[in-house]
Design a protein around this ligand. Structure first.
Ligand code: ADP
Ligand code: LRH
Length: 480
């Protein structure tokens, strides 16, 4: 049978990887060619991505992947590189956790009120939305010299091919796209003085995005031509494309550095109630909308583990499983946890401030984090169903957090719904599926998902016990 190979470059906030997907008429096999750390660097001017080291990792990964029929690239959202008139990168891309956007939203809302901004773009408030970053950068020498802005996956694609574009799913995280027309919001841009001419023309997932440059072929040992195919270049768009759901009555949680919890809809929800609940409408494949809330995710644990000197995760999670349940919880949706540093202390402080017992040992703090994440998952999925009028029977958990059985079980318990966990490398699989589809190997979103249910290992967790305990824990945080 005919089998094709696709390289999926997937850059997450904590690691980058190049995966190879082998796709046949009824088969899909994913293997890891190369994985490399993604370590942000703090320089005097702030927190930056080490973009050249990431690009080096991509090249190493393509070399390790060997001959493939196409390459697709996805990464975390919102961040970008600026190019000068010669096409050279101007400085290191700013990390979305950098402090430069503090206080910027208030300035933006003085010109375009938050209600109007939501009605026009459907994007939840997050300090790091590209729009706020661009307003924060106004007047800097770097932005003054910029002729082009490329989002991170588009920048990688440009370096690999020499061709520029702005892929739509990731563009929808800039807060400069109208989710109804799926085109630029000229009004928001002009009222806020953002030059849309900085952006390269929009591309749709599945569009051709050039071929690997001769120098890239030489460095990776690949035989040309190797096409690059635009995929859902926002990692969350790719991950949701690989949710192995059947039908429409499902919620998903993409768990990694973040937890992105919500629904797939066919139209945005732009009500005032939805804005107040901080739900976002990001654009997905085939006219779909990702209606979700950003939750701090395993970032909370990553930062603690870093503070504790990197103890082994497996034994820490075992101890956490035996620690008392729901003793203290924090609001895992709170942007107060966005910045790096002092995470165990910040979590302890939040517990103290809400009058709960203060977790002290790593096991207790880990349990507090996982209970808090499960609680935030519950709340997001409950709110999303209500706000969108879209009930669900099952919660699909994908991403790195599927390795955390305790988190999956607690999420099932908190939601009072079965959790189906897997695939772990969902973003890479969604990336592969869009490439395979562009080359005529798989059909629509639903048939790609069906292929996943037949080929990928999935684990089911049934809800245990009574959701009243979770309601009570929620009341400690919000009184509701
Ligand atoms: P991102 O794409 O945002 O970089 P991932 O989807 O790779 O994130 O998920 C990373 C997270 O997965 C880690 O923070 C960690 O909590 C979890 N994880 C990874 N490996 C394991 C493991 N062996 N056991 C439990 N959790 C794990
Ligand atoms: C996850 C993610 C998420 C964004 C955040 C900046 O990697 O793309 O969807 O909100 O990074």
């Amino acid at each position: 049978a005919l089998v094709k190979s696709y390289a999926a470059v997937d850059l997450g906030a904590s690691s980058g990887r190049v995966m190879v997907g082998r796709v046949g008429p009824d088969s899909l096999e994913l293997t890891e060619a190369h994985r490399f750390p993604n370590r942000p660097v703090r320089v005097p001017e702030g927190l930056r991505w080490d973009i050249l080291s990431l690009y080096g990792g991509v090249l190493d990964g393509l070399k390790a992947a060997g001959q493939v029929d196409s390459v697709g690239i996805d990464s975390w959202a919102v961040d970008y590189g600026l190019l000068d008139a010669d096409g050279a990168l101007l400085g290191n891309p700013v990390h979305y956790r950098d402090a430069r956007t503090e206080g910027v939203a208030e300035k933006v809302w003085a010109t375009v009120p938050a209600e109007q901004l939501y009605a026009a773009t459907g994007l939840q408030y997050a300090p790091f939305n590209t729009l706020y970053q661009l307003v924060a950068a106004r007047g800097t020498a770097q932005l003054g010299h910029a002729e082009r802005l490329l989002l991170i996956p588009d920048l990688m694609s440009y370096w690999l091919t020499g061709e520029q574009g702005t892929e739509l799913t990731n563009a929808s995280t800039t807060q400069l796209i109208d989710p109804r027309t799926r085109g630029w919001s000229h009004e928001v841009a002009s009222r806020l003085g953002v030059d849309l001419g900085l952006f390269a023309p929009l591309r749709q997932p599945g569009d051709p995005a050039g071929v690997l440059r001769p120098e890239v072929l030489e460095e990776t040992g690949l035989r040309g031509p190797v096409p690059v195919t635009a995929v859902g270049s926002h990692d969350t768009a790719s991950a949701v494309a690989a949710v192995p759901a059947d039908g429409e009555r499902f919620a998903y949680i993409c768990t990694g550095t973040w937890s992105l919890a919500g629904l797939e809809l066919d139209a945005p929800v732009l009500t005032e109630e939805s804005r107040a609940a901080n739900f976002t409408n990001e654009l997905g494949l085939d006219g779909s909308v990702r209606y979700l809330r950003n939750i701090m995710g395993l970032w909370l644990l990553q930062e603690c583990v870093r503070a504790w000197g990197e103890p082994e995760l497996g034994s820490l999670l075992l101890e956490a499983a035996n620690a008392p349940a729901l003793r203290s919880v924090v609001d895992a949706g709170d942007a107060a946890f966005l910045a790096p540093g002092r995470m165990p202390e910040r979590i302890a402080e939040a517990c103290r401030a809400s009058g709960q017992p203060v977790p002290a040992s790593p096991a207790e703090i880990t349990r507090c984090i996982l209970d808090s994440l499960a609680l935030a998952h519950r709340r997001a999925i409950e709110d999303a169903q209500r706000l969108a009028g879209h009930p669900v029977d099952v919660v699909h958990v994908v991403g790195g957090g599927t390795r955390n059985a305790l988190l999956c079980q607690l999420t099932a318990d908190a939601c009072g719904l079965p959790v189906v966990a897997g695939p772990t490398e969902a973003a890479a699989l969604g990336n592969v599926l869009v490439q395979a589809r562009a080359h005529g190997l798989v059909g629509d979103l639903a048939s790609g998902r069906h292929l996943l249910t037949r080929t990928q290992p999935l684990t089911r967790y049934e809800p245990r016990g009574d959701t009243a305990r979770w309601r009570e824990a929620q009341a400690r945080l919000t009184g509701r």
